[in-house]
Design a protein around this ligand. Structure first.
Ligand SMILES: Nc1nc2c(c(=O)[nH]1)N[C@H]1C(S)=C(S)[C@@H](COP(=O)(O)OP(=O)(O)OC[C@H]3O[C@@H](n4cnc5c(=O)[nH]c(N)nc54)[C@H](O)[C@@H]3O)O[C@H]1N2
Ligand SMILES: Nc1nc2c(c(=O)[nH]1)N[C@H]1C(S)=C(S)[C@@H](COP(=O)(O)OP(=O)(O)OC[C@H]3O[C@@H](n4cnc5c(=O)[nH]c(N)nc54)[C@H](O)[C@@H]3O)O[C@H]1N2
Ligand code: SF4
Ligand SMILES: [Mo]
Length: 650
């Protein structure tokens, strides 16, 4: 038996971008562990990727292209698959123009080479693309507005913090490599405060836990701001370092500490606890990505930015309001012209596909996404795909989305990946390399668009000027080199990144030093207007949280997915219903069966189900979620979902 231990990088949509060590026996992946030499990974992985070998070796893995014939998906050769795709795409483009084709790409792999797939569709069209960002759109817009840029303090700068506010974060589940730093911080006496309407395991790491009303964080932050103003703890530099200072002060003082605290459903000592933690500088605010998925989500993040400014925590080591790390910033993606294309709003995608005109959307190509399970209002997304003439899905499993395709193309998994990765929770960059051989009929996204381009060129008789294939040519290695051109002179070669992850040399050690911001005025911009509160939905008393679960990466489960979703709530939120009872969750837009788990530690107005359930098996929370955008950034307001619990009829 031959055993090899090979190094690669995790490409999943996760803040950590871990270094992986794969144990491969006779060509078969038997174990995945963490790279002990990667300073962030520190030799351990999350449970979902530790369990990935079972998924890699799963017999359900797609190993041949599937074409819908007489209503059923049947295996075909690549020759047939590519001929079908090229024919259909060309004929739709000829009749209706390229905008009749939608390319939807999501986060199945965060590899930068996926931009070459985007390039293919730019050259074919430009085709229609998505607009907005269901994941972090609201927070991105907030930080870009306030700071003129979106970056975070170095992860290890937390070692300088006396206080850490975990604002809407559950690192035990969704950011496990933050945990060692939080444990260190605690051990040296830093104060950690968790702010989350849901009670979860991360409470065990916190000195104090606040459970505001869902979405009440805006009011809570304004209460803290009012407290800082009222007690003279706003730093003297704040008025000159910010725009909108007087307006913001008036806003904060308009309801005072008591008024805002009542609105946030927290008591006044909790407000003082936050004010004093912030004032005991340096204090870092870790802003969760999920919290902004509300109709006031961007305003919430802006209010947290404001707290950083008022309390003097911007531009100093150990401070900062950390939301996102520029994972793409070091890479050169200038080969994409970003030609102006028609766009559809990602959070509203189902409806927008159905309603698009001039031209209508006739074809949808899905790369690295499972929109039927993961976008709001799943039933409408499913219907939108079911009614298109052509749906092509590139994936390695038959997902809810792939099941609605006319053509499914089998692609590589994270251990077969050959790409470049940056992280959105730290500044390390790495390169993935295949550590196992893939099944013979499996192709990477890069190879698929290259082959399709050649097929299209052959059919359209394209001359050398307009031919697509030469523009996409090159091995994965070649493309890696092209993407690294900006940082290669700094020693970040492909060879080096394939050996070890390296800190992004372009990332600043200290953000916004001297309170200088890359905004037009050079000042930080304070929130000056409040969004409208979400509509009340009488008859639906509970807020549905569909939070990350350690058992799944979005819709990709480690092990067997549950056949009934688990819904966790306080006993008073489900009067007369017993722990373990089968129930139905109902919202204004849908219904879902669930098994009740009673937890007296939860607020009485919340119910929690896992993110990532499956539509066809009836476990997908997104059947309950209305398609709505956030107040800025065109995020999806997943968390503004009101439901009620009723006994199951069966
Ligand atoms: N295990 C696992 N890890 C993941 C993922 C996964 O699916 N599974 N997904 C990855 C992806 S795509 C992303 S974007 C990140 C997401 O990472 P996170 O944002 O950390 O994860 P979420 O579970 O979406 O939300 C985190 C917390 O925000 C809280 N929250 C929601 N609304 C509010 C609010 O109004 N106020 C406050 N204070 N808190 C609120 C939720 O209760 C939850 O505990 O995680 C990544 N990591
Ligand atoms: N209710 C609710 N819904 C949510 C969220 C929530 O918190 N609550 N979170 C939202 C967030 S933050 C996000 S980011 C989205 C995530 O939504 P998606 O990005 O759609 O998430 P996945 O389910 O991981 O789907 C990715 C698919 O890509 C496939 N894949 C993996 N690697 C590759 C590859 O290299 N190439 C190709 N072609 N395919 C590949 C996987 O097999 C998988 O089926 O979900 C959002 N949906
Ligand atoms: S999913 Fe995240 S925590 Fe898990 S191995 Fe990948 S990068 Fe690391
Ligand atoms: Mo995400």
């Amino acid at each position: 038996m031959s055993t090899a231990r090979l190094r690669t990088v995790c490409n999943r949509d996760c803040p950590d971008a871990c270094g992986l060590v794969a144990t491969v026996e006779d060509g078969r992946l038997v174990r995945l562990g963490g790279d002990p030499d990667h300073p962030v990974t520190r030799g351990f992985l999350c449970s979902r990727t530790t369990q990935f070998p079972a998924r890699q070796n799963d017999p359900a893995r797609l190993t041949a292209p599937l074409l819908r014939v007489d209503g059923a998906l049947r295996p075909v050769s690549w020759t047939e698959a590519l001929a079908f795709a090229a024919d259909r795409l060309l004929s739709i483009r000829a009749d209706s123009g390229p905008a009749a084709i939608l390319h939807y790409r999501s986060g199945g792999s965060l590899g930068l080479l996926k931009y070459v797939v985007d390039l293919f569709f730019e050259l074919l069209g430009p085709v229609t693309l998505k607009r907005g960002d269901i994941c972090s759109g609201a927070g991105d817009a907030a930080q870009e507005t306030d700071f003129g840029d979106e970056e975070s303090h170095d992860l290890f700068d937390l070692r300088n913090s006396r206080g850490i506010l975990l604002w809407g974060k559950n690192p035990f589940v969704s950011n496990v490599h933050l945990l060692p730093l939080l444990k260190e911080a605690r051990a040296r006496g830093a104060r950690i405060v968790l702010i989350d309407p849901v009670h979860h395991k991360t409470a065990s790491l916190a000195d104090a836990v606040l459970t505001p009303r869902p979405g009440g964080d805006l009011a809570l932050a304004l209460a803290v701001a009012a407290r800082l103003f009222e007690t003279g703890r706003v730093v003297p530099a704040a008025p000159s370092a910010t725009e909108g200072f007087e307006t913001f002060r008036a806003l904060a003082l308009s309801k005072g500490v008591a008024g805002w605290a009542r609105e946030a459903d927290v008591d006044e000592p909790a407000v003082e606890l936050l004010a004093s933690t912030l004032s005991d500088r340096p204090c870092n605010i870790q802003v969760g990505w999920g919290m902004g998925r509300r109709t006031n989500g961007s305003a919430i993040v802006r209010a947290l930015d404001a707290l950083g400014a008022l309390s003097g925590n911007l531009g100093i080591p150990g401070g900062g309001v950390s939301f996102y790390f520029k994972r793409r910033g070091a890479f050169d993606t200038s080969f994409l012209r970003k030609a102006s294309a028609r766009t559809l709003s990602e959070p509203l995608l189902g409806r927008e596909i159905l309603e698009a005109t001039n031209p209508a959307i006739r074809a949808v190509w899905v790369t690295a996404g499972n929109p039927v399970a993961m976008l709001p209002d799943s039933a409408t997304v499913a219907r939108a795909l079911e009614t298109r003439e052509l749906v092509v899905v590139v994936d390695s499993f038959l997902t809810d989305t792939a099941r609605r395709a006319h053509l499914v193309l089998p692609t590589t998994t994270l251990v077969e990946d050959d790409d470049l990765l940056g992280a959105y929770g730290n500044h390390w960059l790495g390169a993935s390399v295949p550590v196992v051989e893939r099944p013979p009929e499996v192709r990477s996204d890069l190879e698929i668009v290259q082959a399709l381009a050649a097929e299209i060129d052959a059919r359209s008789g394209a001359g050398s000027e307009s031919a697509l294939a030469p523009r996409l040519a090159g091995s994965a290695r070649d493309w890696k080199r092209r993407l690294l051109s900006r940082i290669e002179p700094l020693g970040l070669t492909v060879e080096r990144l394939e050996r070890e992850s390296v800190r992004n040399p372009l990332a600043p050690e200290l953000l916004f030093a001297g309170n200088r911001f890359p905004t037009p005025s050079g000042k930080m911009r304070l929130l000056t207007e409040l969004p409208l509160p979400p509509d009340d939905e009488p008859g639906y008393p509970l807020w549905l949280f569909s939070n990350s679960t350690e058992r799944a990466q979005s819709s990709q489960w480690a092990g067997t997915p549950p056949d009934v979703a688990e819904a966790t709530c306080h006993p008073d939120a489900a009067p007369g219903l017993a722990d373990g009872a089968l129930v139905v969750l109902e919202s204004e837009v849908g219904r879902m069966r669930a098994r009740l788990k009673l937890d007296p530690l939860q607020r009485r107005d919340v119910v929690i189900v896992p993110k990532g359930g499956h539509y066809d098996s009836g476990t997908c929370a997104n059947v309950l979620v209305r398609a709505r955008t956030t107040d800025a950034g065109e995020g999806a307001a997943y968390q503004d979902c009101r439901v009620r619990i009723v006994a199951s009829p069966d």
